[in-house]
Design a protein around this ligand. Structure first.
Ligand code: ATP
Length: 304
């Protein structure tokens, strides 16, 4: 499969602390890839490495078919919004964009109006950026990242601190960029619920380690209703399930199987297992909310 970005055992240490630990990401053209993790998980560090703002301690990555070390070969194709957007507060949105266009040698006529329209800031006129709402500043940051027509946008926590309307506007803007201009997006966030409204793929990162990569469908499936079966012998339990005609299941760890069909047949499953001398240690129907799924995976809510 052809990937736009892959990282290969990407690692970054600050002193003895491994902020990013052997991470292997896989992102395709057109994906909206959500990098999800708590504060300090390593998201910003990964995005900085990909954007050429930090160097990995070990490992490497490939972007647009070029080695990560060949930044000159792809830098013009990436737009970034990492940490707070670097804007001049005493200038208007258009003036800020004009400066960035000058700096990047973009001279195309009408480009500033076009960018303002893309992010929904056309009617801000003479209003100075210092008087913008946080959401407007964030959208200006996205417009600045779009100068030069990038194929990939790298956005670090673009919805952090925004009110619900601001979140909806930023989300809508990003969605349009992806759909209408086929821009690939990598978006970091610590709020899975929000990311789930836009991302097509997810990388769940915790303590610098990539715990899981999964598609939107897989995520929704894992959070959907299921039977959670605890047994001492998952291998034999799977054979029994198959004999019962149950195929939509997943072994999640050494003693747990998730079954996504025949949710009312818990009793029947327990009996069938018993007939084949497979001990059932627990069987419950669960329906996990997205946020719970993520918290369970990353070790509970204690230090979110
Ligand atoms: P946040 O949303 O809080 O920024 P994050 O997932 O983006 O979280 P990073 O900013 O990548 O996490 O930080 C990962 C770890 O690396 C943290 O423990 C952080 O303290 C540490 N770290 C990041 N930058 C530096 C640095 N320049 N020097 C030392 N440690 C750093």
């Amino acid at each position: 499969m052809e990937y736009l970005l892959t990282t290969n055992s990407l690692s970054k240490a600050y002193g003895r602390h491994r902020a990013v630990n052997a991470v292997n990401l896989h992102i395709r053209q057109g994906d909206i890839y959500g990098l999800i993790g708590r504060n300090g998980a390593g998201k910003t560090t990964i995005l900085k490495i990909i954007s050429g703002l930090a160097a990995p301690t070990s490992g490497d990555f490939s972007l647009f078919g070029k080695s990560g070390r060949d930044a000159a070969g792809y830098m013009s194709r990436i737009g970034t919004l990492i940490e707070a957007p670097g804007v001049y507060p005493n200038m208007t949105a258009a003036e800020n964009l004009k400066l960035k266009c000058l700096a990047m040698g973009v001279r195309k006529k009408g480009v500033i109006e076009e960018l303002l329209k893309t992010v929904g800031l056309s009617d801000t006129g003479k209003k100075k950026v210092k008087n913008f709402s946080l959401g407007m500043k964030q959208r200006l940051g996205i417009a600045l990242a779009l100068v030069g027509n990038p194929d990939l946008l790298v956005l670090d926590e673009p919805i952090n601190g925004l009110d619900p309307q601001g979140i909806a506007e930023v989300r809508e803007t990003l969605f349009r960029l992806n759909k209408e201009q086929n821009i690939t997006l990598i978006i970091s966030s610590h709020i899975l619920e929000e990311l789930s409204k836009i991302a097509t793929h997810y990388g769940i990162i915790h303590d610098g380690v990539l715990l899981q990569e999964l598609t939107r469908e897989e995520l929704l499936k894992r959070c959907s209703e299921r039977i959670e079966l605890k047994t001492s012998d998952t291998r034999r339990a799977c054979t029994v399930l198959e004999r019962m005609g149950i195929t939509d299941y997943k072994v999640v760890d050494a003693d747990t199987i998730h079954i996504f069909e025949r949710l009312n047949d818990g009793g029947e499953i327990t009996m069938a297992l018993a007939e084949h001398q497979v001990k059932t240690m627990g069987i419950t129907v669960k329906n996990e909310a997205l946020e719970d799924y993520y918290l369970n995976l990353t070790g509970g809510a204690a230090n979110v």
